[in-house]
Design a protein around this ligand. Structure first.
Ligand code: ADP
Length: 792
């Protein structure tokens, strides 16, 4: 049976209709690309959006056609969105921060027929139009006075009919246009992932998915938007729909402030203060710039209440600075282009809200809990569900009506699992309270000795160092552990620092085996097209980087200090476990004992290769430097074999204090290492066939001869006693005649054994030589005693 309610397709035109009718006078403020602050209203935006629709229809755009926008956050951009979507065309947001070739590729792949752009991006347009045969027109968001007098394309484009002036066209069109009337599943927007982890892929939003996303974001525990808010979306409309704000602000009737082309600290601060902004949203790097600006100018924040920070992990330093210095609440959020984008938010629960702020911090740092409408699951590589214990790392998967079901034009093939969940490509944990924490992108995670190290966690702490402007961690190749993390730091303007300052800063805040193997100071940490640290570029730049220890080993100097150019390499000195908390931390994490097991396994496989590749052993840095002069000592055989008796025990001390990933490379002597089966066999072979191996059979013969008299006496005596042997044979021949004779002979072979042992290697053979001698002497002594007392 069907419900008897009106259906009312969830199409986006209804949002701006609502805003115009019920919040028509509410302001929309823009820092225009031309310069001045421009003010308009939702009613005006609605009116002009209708004109844009007519303009599109006049230019031949039909339902389903893709219309590109290469533009900043402005009122014109908002009205164009609604104008495009209202007639069933698809708004394709192009990201100007990509390289022109990428933009051209994306616009072409998207099948764009027309592009709206800002003056700022005309150089990009000039470059890409020759590669976009379907684009006949480009509409420039400006008035007649600002239209460029001279615009030339970078190549031939006979299909291109020229630039059009937005304000002229809008003025010419009628505001009478019918919107909607199509199915709510109709495509509304197209946005390509920025390709951080591969080729860009198109995510095609529907009217329904964006409508539902709008409802979701407005909830108090999500963005908590209200008509009384003044919203500044710094996050660009080309970055996952400005996280939905261009829909949710008009839906609530909130005033909206659009930053245009300027997102520097000074410009954002000015808008916050002059427009009375209460809510904002952006990636962490934007807030970092604002906070640095406030710090250097002594500026204050007077109206801002809440900022949603996402797109990349939000460091504690930002959350604290906002809270402690400016009284602003930070809500850390996670999402992606494929999730519309809001997936989770670290809004405090009732129970957490009652805790002191410092105790809330671990939860505020996590990416948080999903709102109603978003389902999450955590699985291992085989798709098995992992526990929500805050420790088990796994693949984060997501499902719901605001999540992509497939990419445009089928890129990437099937993207949902059997249960309809999309694999986000993120690695995460979920704790008992339901707070999800991203530990890495699956492709960025550092895999050290078979275990995962979260680069995000290390970065977040490192960037909290007072001298750090930006920090990034990447994995670099390591012959033993596959990869080890290194920390790249961009210092704040005018600062200087040493590696040790940063390593000391990390001490005690991360597991010791997560400690970066090196700190590299850089002038620039590249940011991707969505303002996130671009690890693909960093990895490319660091492709020739070699860890100092490995370089030193290769150069034969094998001193970390020399290779590092640093002073005492404190980072390699294992610290004692100091507190019970340390011990608890050491035992608690699920992966620590597993790491030990994994390391032992890794050792078993690669011990021989290591012997050749590793630098000098060094139990401590001081010993390391002292011993470095004697390269012959590198990885001697004996400790490898001895180590068999001391298998790795995941005791709290070893688990925490001597994590193999961390210590073993520098102190292989201190590390019990399991020899491989092949190695054991080889060792045994060396024992018998190596230098002096001929002495062993002679000595074994000497021992056997030494035992013969005793055997003759025992056999003779027992044979006579039990009547098994004739007395003449048993006693006269065996015991009295032969035994002493053989005993004297064995004294000779025993003495010969000593000589043989000395030639064949006293260290290896002394035991057998002495044994033969001792038995012979003992036998002779017994014989003398027996003869002396005259007994039989
Ligand atoms: P792209 O995939 O093109 O980089 P997205 O904006 O879709 O662009 O990026 C989504 C990814 O950004 C997520 O999968 C996740 O790895 C990362 N991300 C988003 N928000 C956060 C966050 N709060 N903390 C850590 N990573 C985040």
């Amino acid at each position: 049976m069907q419900g008897l309610m009106q259906h009312g397709a969830l199409t986006l035109d209804k949002i701006i209709d609502h805003a115009a009718q019920w919040h028509g006078g509410r302001e929309v403020v823009t820092r225009s690309v031309e310069g001045p602050i421009v003010r308009t209203t939702y009613a005006e935006i609605h009116n002009r959006a209708k004109r844009v629709s007519n303009l599109l229809l006049s230019l031949g755009i039909r339902p389903g056609d893709r219309v590109g926008t290469l533009a900043w956050n402005t009122a014109r951009h908002i009205e164009t969105w609604y104008g495009i979507m209202g007639v069933g065309a698809v708004c394709h947001t192009l990201n100007p921060r990509l390289f022109p070739e990428q933009i051209a590729w994306i616009a072409d792949h998207g099948g764009d027929k027309l592009i709206f752009t800002d003056l700022t991006f005309l150089p990009i347009i000039a470059g890409i139009i020759p590669r976009l045969p379907n684009v006949e027109h480009v509409v420039v968001f400006t008035d007649r006075d600002h239209m460029p007098a001279d615009f030339r394309l970078a190549g031939d484009a006979p299909h291109f009919k020229g630039l059009l002036c937005y304000e002229d066209l809008v003025a010419e069109q009628s505001a009478d246009c019918v919107w909607g009337g199509f199915d709510e599943g109709t495509a509304a927007g197209l946005c390509y992932t920025s390709g951080t982890t591969g080729d860009p892929k198109g995510v095609m939003y529907s009217h329904r998915s964006n409508f539902l996303h709008t409802f979701i974001t407005m909830q108090p525990d999500v963005m908590g938007l209200s008509q009384r808010d003044v919203i500044l979306p710094v996050v660009p409309m080309f970055h996952a729909n400005a996280w939905g704000v261009a829909f949710s602000a008009p839906a609530t009737g909130a005033k909206i402030v659009m930053p245009g082309a300027r997102m520097d600290g000074a410009a954002i601060h000015e808008l916050l203060e002059t427009e009375g902004v209460t809510f904002s949203a952006a990636v962490p790097t934007v807030w970092q710039m604002l906070l640095q600006h406030l710090e250097s100018t002594g500026g204050t924040i007077s109206t801002l209440k809440k900022v949603v920070i996402g797109g990349a992990a939000c460091p504690e330093s930002i959350i604290r600075a906002f809270h402690e210095k400016y009284g602003v609440e930070v809500v850390h959020a996670w999402g992606m282009t494929e999730t519309s984008p809001v997936g989770t938010l670290s809004t405090m629960t009732d129970a957490l809200e009652k805790l002191p702020y410092d105790q809330q911090m671990p939860y505020r740092l996590k990416q948080g809990r999903p709102p109603m409408g978003v389902e999450l699951k955590l699985t291992d590589d085989d798709g098995n569900a992992l526990p929500h214990d805050g420790k088990a790392f796994g693949h984060l998967k997501i499902r719901g009506p605001i999540i992509a079901a497939e990419y445009f034009r089928g890129a990437g093939g099937k993207i949902l699992d059997a249960d309809g969940f999309f694999d986000t490509g993120d690695v995460a944990t979920i704790d008992e309270m339901g707070f999800m924490q991203i530990t890495d992108r699956a492709k960025d995670v550092v895999k050290s000795g078979g275990e995962w190290i979260s680069t995000i966690e290390i970065e977040n702490i490192a960037v909290g160092h007072p001298k750090a402007a930006l920090a990034a961690v990447i994995g670099v190749p390591h012959p033993k552990w596959d990869e080890r993390p290194i920390l790249l730091v961009k210092l704040k303007e005018g600062e200087t620092a040493t590696k040790e300052e940063f390593l000391d800063f990390l001490q005690g805040k991360i597991a010791k085996w997560w400690m970066p193997d090196d700190v590299v100071f850089v002038d620039e940490i590249p940011l991707g097209a969505t303002g996130k640290i671009d690890k693909k570029v960093i990895r490319q730049r660091m492709k020739d980087y070699v860890l100092p220890t490995i370089a030193a080993a290769a150069a034969g100097t094998a001193t970390l200090a020399a290779a590092d150019g640093a002073g005492a390499p404190v980072l390699y000195a294992p610290d004692p476990v100091e507190t019970p908390e340390d011990v608890a931390e050491a035992v608690e994490p699920v992966h620590e004992p597993e790491v030990l097991a994994a390391q032992a396994e890794a050792e078993t496989v690669s011990a021989e290769a290591l012997a050749a590749s590793l630098p000098d052993p060094e139990p401590t840095p001081v010993a390391h430097i002292a011993e470095a002069a004697e390269p012959e000592d590198v990885f001697p055989h004996e400790p490898l074999v001895e180590a068999e008796a001391k298998p790795l025990e995941p005791t709290p001390e070893t688990a925490f204090d001597a994590p193999p990933v961390f210590v073993a490379e520098e102190a292989p002597l201190a590390m019990p290492i399991q020899p491989s089966k092949g190695r054991k066999a080889k060792a045994a072979k060396t024992e018998t066939s190596g230098k002096g191996g001929w002495a062993s059979p002679i000595l074994i013969g000497a021992v056997v001869i030494a035992l013969v008299p005793a055997a003759l006496i025992v056999v003779g005596a027992l044979g006579a006693r039990f009547g098994l042997l004739d007395k003449a044979i048993a006693y006269d021949l065996m015991t009295r005649d032969l035994a002493p004779l053989v005993a004297w002979l064995s004294l000779g072979t025993g003495a010969l054994g000593v000589v043989v042992a000395m030639i064949g290697g006293v260290q290896r053979h002394w035991k057998r030589a002495l044994l033969a001698l001792a038995i012979t002497i003992g036998t002779l002594a017994v014989l003398f005693l027996a003869t002396g007392v005259g007994g039989r």
